[in-house]
Design a protein around this ligand. Structure first.
Ligand SMILES: [Zn+2]
Length: 78
């Protein structure tokens, strides 16, 4: 089973559809059981959509880092 750390690390590749078949399946399986990662991927997706409408095609590293920080904060509160 994929860990949360791996899921987060692969988040952008997953949304970019750059993952191989099995890694994608692993991601989906993890997202089915893990509400925190599901929330993270959802936020990431929204960021990507938002940015794709604007000037930038890809979220910047800073924005991804910001999301990861928020994710960690959310997790530590639980
Ligand atoms: Zn997870």
């Amino acid at each position: 089973m994929l860990s949360c750390k791996h899921t987060i690390a692969q988040g952008t590749d997953y949304l970019d559809k750059e993952l191989g078949f099995w890694r994608k399946v692993e991601m989906k399986m993890h997202l089915m059981i893990c509400v925190n990662c599901r929330r993270y991927v959802k936020q990431l997706k929204q960021t990507v959509i938002m940015l794709s409408k604007g000037q930038f095609k890809q979220p910047s590293k800073e924005q991804i880092d910001q999301l990861k920080r928020e994710y960690k904060e959310t997790n530590s509160k639980q």
